[in-house]
Design a protein around this ligand. Structure first.
Ligand code: PMP
Length: 407
């Protein structure tokens, strides 16, 4: 993508013109959430102003239109992930709810005392705690894939963790702290050799790299709309049909049933079996619009451009004395975590904020990873395709000023 294209893209994101403390906003907190293009917000407005009616059961015009929009959005998500069937896409509140859904229902159906779940050392809390809760409920054990000093998972040790007690493997596609792009296809292959299913947390992957769940052969793949330019409060769970049919429903209520009597309820077919209650049918259409938006720009083009930002940002950061980049994997997405000398990350983040620059500081909801590195946290700059090298230059100058003030 050239400068002119980026300028045009930036026009789609009104928030990028905001002044923060009278300074131009530089938004480098895309790992936490991305900004929304006009078309996504307009889709929500259109939904509420012109298409709002509860879906699925209505015979009237608006209900049918809203149902059509919601179910078409499901097709868009299915196509985006290259799922074999639209029924394999379940709308959830996001990545967190999707993982909880699988941990609870898969756990209920297939896990027992003495079984094991494997996650990696670099997981977000949302891919640790639901499994830990399952382990506590069932008397199971959580096993951890370690990593090397660059922040790359040790696949040989992973292989040794796999055994007849392993019931499921759940790993992140891209680390939200280190930026590492994990070799998930290989992880899946190794687990499948022993007939063990794998869930991939795609929250940090889908905004940056093209994903094909069938090529990966993932059993479950989850992500959140808000990290890929869509609205908050909605996301998707992809599950292979055979697994979604094999696990019980997550929540009970309207929509997920076929028939209800006081004696017995029979459940609806996929995907409705997992979507109890009124779904976020306005959010789903805006979610689909966000996916169309990134597809229009091109996922490969986005990956290339963001990689150029990553390389440029890394080079520039390394010019700063005392710079320590946390996460130096060969295969990395546009996330840079760092520390400078003995300065606390929080102090850097606070001062950068006063200069209009939004970065994230702390443990990034990956406390076990941060603890394993023996650090207090990191400063994290995470880039999106609307960011520019010029913004990185301003960031570096600001960082030099901040360091000067704190040292
Ligand atoms: N997994 C990863 C790797 C993440 O980065 C995040 C969000 N920071 C989540 C899961 C949780 O996503 P959400 O809060 O949207 O459910």
């Amino acid at each position: 993508m050239n400068n002119k294209q980026i300028r045009l893209i930036r026009e789609d994101f009104p928030i990028l013109k905001e002044k923060i403390y009278n300074k131009d906003l530089i938004y480098f907190d895309n790992g936490a959430t991305t900004q929304k293009p006009r078309c996504v917000v307009e889709k929500m407005e259109e939904g509420y102003y012109h298409l709002n009616a509860n879906i699925h059961r209505g015979v009237h015009y608006l209900s049918q239109k809203a149902t059509e929009a919601h179910e078409t959005a499901r097709n868009t998500v299915a196509e985006f992930l290259h799922a074999a069937k639209r029924e394999e896409i379940i709308f959830t509140r996001g990545t967190t709810e999707a993982i909880n859904l699988v941990a609870t229902t898969f756990g209920e159906a297939f896990c027992k005392d003495g079984d094991e779940v494997i996650v990696s050392v670099m997981e977000h809390h949302s891919n640790i705690v639901p499994w830990q809760m399952l382990c506590e409920r069932k008397g199971m054990k959580l096993r951890i894939i370690p990593m090397n000093d660059n922040g790359e998972l040790k696949l040989d040790e992973f292989q040794q963790l796999l055994n007849e007690r392993t019931k499921i493997v759940s790993v992140t596609h891209v680390s939200n702290v280190l930026g590492t792009i994990n070799p998930v296809a290989e992880i899946i292959k190794l687990a499948h050799f022993q007939n063990i299913p794998v869930l991939i947390d795609g929250a940090q992957a889908v905004p940056h790299i093209p994903v094909n769940v069938q090529e990966l052969d993932a059993d479950f793949y989850v992500f959140s709309a808000h990290k890929i330019y869509g609205p908050t409060g909605i996301g998707a769970l992809y599950g292979k049909e055979k697994w979604l049919n094999a696990i019980p429903p997550y929540q009970g209520g309207g929509e997920m049933i076929q028939t209800v009597t006081f004696e017995k309820t029979t459940y609806n077919e996929l995907p409705f079996k997992f979507e109890a209650g009124t779904p976020d049918y306005i959010g789903s259409t805006a979610f689909a619009e966000a996916l169309r938006y990134v597809q229009k720009i091109g996922l490969n083009e986005i990956a290339d451009y963001e990689h150029a930002l990553l390389t440029y940002g890394t080079e520039k950061l390394l010019e700063i004395e005392g710079m320590r980049i946390i996460g130096t994997a060969v295969n990395k997405s546009s996330v840079i975590s760092f520390l400078i000398g003995n300065i606390h990350p929080y102090d850097i983040g606070m001062l950068l904020d006063k200069l209009g620059i939004a970065v994230r500081t702390g443990h990034h909801c990956a406390q076990p990873l941060i603890d394993s590195l023996g650090i207090p946290g990191t400063v994290r700059a995470s880039f999106a395709f609307y960011n520019t090298k010029e913004e990185i230059d301003v960031f570096i100058e600001a960082l030099k000023r901040v360091v000067g003030m704190l040292q």
